[in-house]
Design a protein around this ligand. Sequence first.
Ligand code: ATP
Length: 415
Amino acid sequence: MFIGIDDTDSERGLCTTYLSAVLMERLRPLGEIIGRPKLIRLNPCARYKTRGNAALAFQLESDRPEEVKDAALKTVLELSDFSGMNTNPGLVIAPQVTAQMTAFYQRAVTEILEIKEAKKLLDEEGIWYRGFKKGRGLIGALAAIGAVLPDFTYELIAYRERARWGTPRYIDAASVWRADALTYPRTWDTVDHHNNRIVFAPHSADPVLFGIRGCDPQAILEAFRTIKSEPVERSVLYQTNQGTDAHIQQGVVADVRDCESYRLHGFVAEPAQAIAGGHLFFPLQNDAARINCAAFEPTKNFRAVVLQLVLGDELEVCGSVQEGTLNLEKINILHLADKVETSAPLCPKCQKRMESAGKGQGYRCRRCKTHAEGRVQQLLTRNLETGYYEVPPIARRHLSKPLVRMSGENVHPSR
Ligand code: ATP
């Protein structure tokens, strides 16, 4: 049995991953969990997401399917926040993962889908499901089951004791930095060195204490053992599409759609301009088409790279298109254009900067009585190298592939 769950939490509390962790425990007497549970992130532009658009799925071998459905239903009813305005739980239990379900996942991570599309596929395939309220969670629940992951990472999520939900988390900061030092780059995004912040713990009222991300379960467990904190009620190691760029489609500037994410090729058409609040924007051009690219204030030190781009730099950009603007997650500088500065010429005798001799009359040096026709061009050195640059861990989207996973490429990881 493949069990998928989504849309059970609200901004006020709870968490679909917690619900499935509790459900897995309750199902143990009824069967055997096969492999690792899947923590699946779907289209980050989906409108009704609470936070990171996560959905959950796991596989259970059981000869007591009716009792399994019963336990799953009870757990969804007990651990969902039905009062949440945008909480519309979905529970799907499928006997197998078909190619159509995998194609549905592929669409759910890249496009915006409608509830009726999920219901249509569920009905066509004769799959058992229950949708509550609007049943929007059926989209994520079905997609999570269908997710076949050619590339994947892991996340260990530690959960809090119930009595502490909603109170400040106690996590010993020094132990977190130590865990990072011991296990990076096999774990990542635990801390943000450049911005001097611990980034692996939420501040919301949900049951999550923290999450450790990485490519190696041993390293994740080592980090987990190193971290000192309030008691952990339970922890689960998930297999996940986080950190894989599963949402990114190869695209061209002229054809992008809103609410989808792309890798686009083009040339910087103008240097970046800042607006109030420290947000940066520059246009990327490919043939006749242009798109505005944004590095918002929360992307912090990434903006220093964007500020150094000049007219003609050849780039690949990755990010989501929202209201016609691509929100940058990373850039790949393919070729640096010449950065040229024009200035008044130097006097050939005294080597001092010459002054204008009047409109259209060239330049002169009063002292040496020398004269020159026009301004001179000077090639400036670029304090930038080609290769990939990314937003720092503090601003990373769950699905974005961190550069630390791209060894062999020309990368400049933000650490
Ligand atoms: P959390 O990360 O805290 O679990 P969340 O951010 O995952 O919360 P949900 O509460 O799961 O948010 O709400 C997201 C909703 O959007 C779900 O109902 C899910 O089925 C739906 N959804 C997911 N992907 C898409 C998509 N591609 N198109 C339309 N709806 C989607």
